[in-house]
Design a protein around this ligand. Structure first.
Ligand code: URA
Length: 209
């Protein structure tokens, strides 16, 4: 319960530092988010169960392990969550993708849903929710609420940066959903931005600011 895994892998930390830098270009930021997505995917799938299957090598037959258990769904929260998807699909090409459209009302900071499309068997799968910036956590809480309404029982959350306030709020609502993040920053400012953070991840990824 209330698990938070901070991924301290040197490549993740190095790339996160590059992403924090205000001078990073849109192209560079997007590329790095993709790469970090791949590395975080490696970590969030570290404990997936394996089962031996019989195969034939060119030399002989053998029992060899393959990933078993629930199949995966990546569930990016639009827009910024999209930045993780390609890197993760490179590692798990057979995964399905559920798109969850939520935006933050800039005045109330509440999550407003405008789109939800998940594979029909989403309830049978392990769902990995993707939200690069866990700030107020309103979007992540709403996304997991919605996925639970659809019957999902096994969920994980991957972010790039988390604020302590966001972790507290998320685990207040969904204590059994573990979080993977590259760093836990200091706090949220009065506009709901993570400090020191990296700014608005969606704007930086799409060049919309
Ligand atoms: N969303 C962002 O993109 N950045 C923040 O700092 C907080 C929420």
């Amino acid at each position: 319960m209330r698990e938070v895994h901070v991924v301290r892998h040197p490549l993740v930390q190095h790339k996160l530092t590059l992403m924090r830098q205000a001078e990073r270009t849109t192209k560079g930021f997007r590329q790095l988010l993709n790469e970090v997505g791949m590395l975080l995917c490696y970590e969030v799938t570290r404990d997936l169960p394996l089962a031996d299957v019989e195969i034939e090598t060119p030399i002989t037959t053998m029992q060899s392990p393959m990933v078993a258990g629930k199949k995966l769904v990546f569930a990016p929260i639009l827009r910024a969550g999209l930045g993780f998807v390609d890197g993760m699909l490179d590692l798990v090409p057979s995964a399905r993708v559920a798109h969850i459209g939520l935006y933050r009302d800039p005045k109330t900071l509440q999550a407003v849903e405008y789109y939800f499309k998940a594979p029909p068997d989403v309830a049978e799968r392990l769902v990995i929710v993707l939200d690069p910036m866990l700030a107020t956590a309103n979007s992540a809480v709403a996304a997991v609420d919605r996925l639970k309404e659809r019957g999902c029982k096994e969920l994980r959350l991957v972010c790039l940066l988390a604020a302590p306030e966001g972790i507290e709020r998320f685990h207040g609502a969904h204590p059994e959903v573990p979080i993977w993040t590259a760093a836990v920053d200091s706090h949220l400012n009065e506009h709901g931005y993570i400090v020191p953070g990296l700014g608005d991840a969606g704007d930086r990824m799409f060049g919309t600011r």
